[in-house]
Design a binder for this molecule. Structure first.
Ligand code: SF4
Length: 338
């Protein structure tokens, strides 16, 4: 299968195939492509989810507005302390994430921008921002503060399904925020959720859309049911689907950053995702910080499972290693921004 390009029909055929030889060939090809482009290097992001307040009510999400959970909003100093600890542990970038916190909207993202500025300028570390849908002015402010990436996941590119998942939200407003960020010089990440009622054709459309909009980081995560949400009793999909999507992304977009998220299955899910062609570990969280993940909000966090040390050990057994920050910055500037 030594090819990089798949038509929509071919993508659907691979997704629907139950033949293990088809997956094996896909993953082998994905690993070959990754190794040709970046050798034994795997990138790693630290995750600082510093406010779990959200004005939205996404049906799949634990942090949706109407879920009566305990929430936190970390101070600027706390967020920076977590970021610094992650940087010192060896991550390549800090992913600053929040729910769509009404307070940050009220204060026009001044605190968020301060955090970005300190991490970028004082700590010399690349930054991804994931604040949800924000105005063009806020995107400008975060970019000027030094944010390299804007992550905003559509989750599906089927508009009907989008409407059922992201209740009351506007598909085009979300997409346009992402495109504005791209056009103003930021790198963008697009993402999809697997196992939320999408068809294989929907997945193929999402994969092709990621290329069309110029996403340089492409993410897939399996849906995990969240307590207290309307989808609490829906089933989590078999992981073979997520792995195939990772393999397809690698084949379609050889240079893209494709995460193996520790958020879905914790550290035990790392190897399979790297084997499928992922080249980036996301959701590394400082232990004992009280910070949360997204899909599996606490899994492996306080036991120290989601750390660089643990990820490095697993990669080492696979003949791989975590890239240095310098290597990541070079990759971002010389490959992703070219
Ligand atoms: S997915 Fe994001 S926007 Fe939607 S409810 Fe959860 S935190 Fe809010």
């Amino acid at each position: 299968m030594d090819k990089n390009n798949f038509s929509r029909d071919e993508i659907v055929r691979i997704l629907d195939s139950e033949d293990p030889a088809v997956s094996d060939e896909l993953f082998q090809n994905a690993r070959r492509i990754r190794s040709k482009i970046q050798g034994d290097k795997i990138f790693a992001y630290g995750f600082v989810y510093f406010s779990t307040y959200c004005r939205n009510n996404c049906n799949f999400c634990y942090f949706r507005r109407d879920n009566g959970i305990e929430r936190y909003r970390k101070s600027e100093e706390e967020a920076l302390a977590y970021a610094k600890a992650l940087i010192d542990s060896g991550v390549d970038l800090i992913d600053l994430t929040t729910g769509e916190d009404p307070l940050y909207h009220q204060e026009a993202f001044a605190t968020f921008a301060n955090i970005v500025r300190t991490i970028k300028q004082d700590y010399g570390t690349p930054v991804m921002v994931s604040p949800g849908v924000v105005s063009h002015e806020v995107i400008d402010k975060l970019r000027e503060a030094g944010a390299d990436w804007y992550a905003l996941y559509q989750e599906t590119h089927n508009r009907d399904l989008f409407g059922k998942l992201r209740i009351g939200q506007d598909y085009d407003e979300r997409m346009n925020a992402k495109l504005y960020a791209r056009d103003s010089g930021m790198l963008i990440e697009e993402g999809l959720l697997a196992g939320v009622g999408e068809t294989s054709e929907d997945v193929a459309d999402s994969l092709l859309t990621m290329g069309e909009i110029g996403a340089r980081q492409c993410r897939v995560m399996s849906f995990v049911p969240q307590e207290g949400s309307p989808m609490e009793h829906s089933e989590t999909p078999d992981r073979s689907r997520e792995l195939k999507i990772i393999g397809l992304m690698r084949s379609l977009y050889p240079e893209a950053l494709i995460p193996a998220s520790l958020d879905v299955d914790g550290i035990s899910g790392l190897k399979d995702r790297i084997d499928a062609g992922a080249n980036l570990i996301t959701s590394i969280i400082p232990p004992m910080s009280g910070l949360m993940g997204v899909a599996h909000s606490v899994m492996d966090v306080d036991t120290g499972g989601r750390t660089i040390e643990e990820a490095s050990r697993i990669l080492g057994e696979m003949g791989l290693r975590i890239a240095t920050r310098r290597e990541y910055i070079d990759y971002m500037n010389e490959v992703l921004r070219k």
